[in-house]
Design a protein around this ligand. Structure first.
Ligand SMILES: [Zn+2]
Length: 354
């Protein structure tokens, strides 16, 4: 799959972009909003290709943004071809007039915007439409955002600026208001699960779980499937089940293992959180359960669980997450959390550590 058809689950934004191309009414600045992994950057690259694709520009005869005949939208505008020199250069990131900015470390700095201003002050080398893609534009420092605002206020000719950010409110209002906003929604669980089944052969129940746990992010769900997230989840859940029966030595050993596994710690927190939440909601809102492939087991466990203790466990999890973010000792924090969760796993008739 190539071109805009390679962007899945985003029919509305893609239709708007196709209309811009067909009517040759591409705005000077676009802001693509939405959670990570829903196709914003990929769409920006496809749009840069479509603006410069030789198949399209040769067909039109003249490469202007200005529409010549409003009554005759180009029939071939719904490309990029993906094959011509321009498309291939843009795809591989080597086109000199398609400039990509992203945070260096955690922010987009004023120096990066100044370098961009310099690049935009000269005529394009080869592009029909020069395209600037600013990924995670919310990471612009205040100075960078103000410098970027100058570019937006006096946009260079034949240049398209595309910003991506989670939401318009994450940018300076003066920057956001000068861009036409296109929102990329999270994919619905059903749609994302269907894609995972069709594209990478994930079993249906697990696909539903990945769709829910990824929050509707296609890229995240794919990465989770490929990185063995289901296996990690099964391991964490098995450990949680053992906690309530385990003695202190086992609990300490488990906390130690988690503390050493810093790369997976965020995933593990999310798994524990969604599992506890599922135990709370499965009886009342089964359709809201994240771990859909283990729904029956959740329902059986929920009957034996004390909602009050589950809620306390859930709160303790949030505190531990914050403490570790604030550089608290991971081993001590996780040990306290696991002792709390060991209590949460016990029914109302069993003992509790709290
Ligand atoms: Zn092409």
């Amino acid at each position: 799959m190539s071109g805009f058809s390679s962007i899945v689950g985003q029919e509305k934004p893609i239709q708007r972009i196709r209309t811009f191309l067909q009517n040759q009414t591409i705005p000077h600045a676009l802001l693509f909003t939405g959670i990570p992994g829903v196709g914003k950057r990929h769409t920006a690259v496809q749009l840069a290709m479509a603006c410069n694709c030789h198949a399209r520009t040769q067909d039109r005869g003249q490469p202007s943004r200005v529409r010549q005949s409003p009554a005759e939208p180009s029939a071939s505008a719904a490309i990029p071809c993906g094959q011509c020199a321009a498309c291939r250069k843009i795809k591989s990131g080597t086109h000199r007039d398609v400039l990509r900015l992203k945070p260096s470390r955690s922010s987009i700095r004023i120096e990066q915007i100044r370098a961009l201003q310099d690049a935009l002050s000269v005529r394009p080398h080869e592009a029909v439409m020069r395209v600037v893609i600013v990924s995670r534009a919310q990471c612009m420092t205040a100075a960078a955002a103000n410098a970027f605002l100058k570019i937006l206020e006096e946009p260079p000719a034949e240049t398209l600026l595309i910003l991506t950010a989670p939401a318009a409110g994450d940018l300076l209002p003066t920057v956001a208001s000068r861009c036409q906003r296109i929102h990329f929604s999270p994919l619905s669980r059903a749609r994302l699960a269907q894609l995972l089944v069709q594209q990478i052969g994930v079993a249906h129940g697990q696909a539903l779980t990945l769709a829910a746990a990824s929050g509707g992010s296609y890229a995240r769900a794919l990465a989770m499937a490929e990185n063995g997230w289901i296996d990690l989840r099964d391991w964490v859940v098995a450990q949680l089940a053992e906690l309530s029966q385990a003695g202190p030595a086992h609990i300490l050993a488990f906390a130690d293992r988690l503390a050493q596994n810093t790369a997976k710690l965020q995933d593990i927190f999310e798994i524990v959180g969604s599992w506890l939440r599922d135990l709370l909601v499965v009886r009342f809102l089964p359709e809201a359960v994240v771990h859909r492939d283990r729904c029956e087991e959740l329902a059986a466990l929920a009957v034996k669980s004390d909602p009050d203790k589950l809620q306390k466990g859930f709160a303790a999890l949030g505190r531990a997450q914050r403490d570790i973010q604030d550089n608290a000792n991971a081993r001590l924090t996780l040990t306290a959390l696991m002792l709390q969760l060991a209590g949460s796993g016990r029914g109302a008739d069993q003992g509790s550590t709290h």
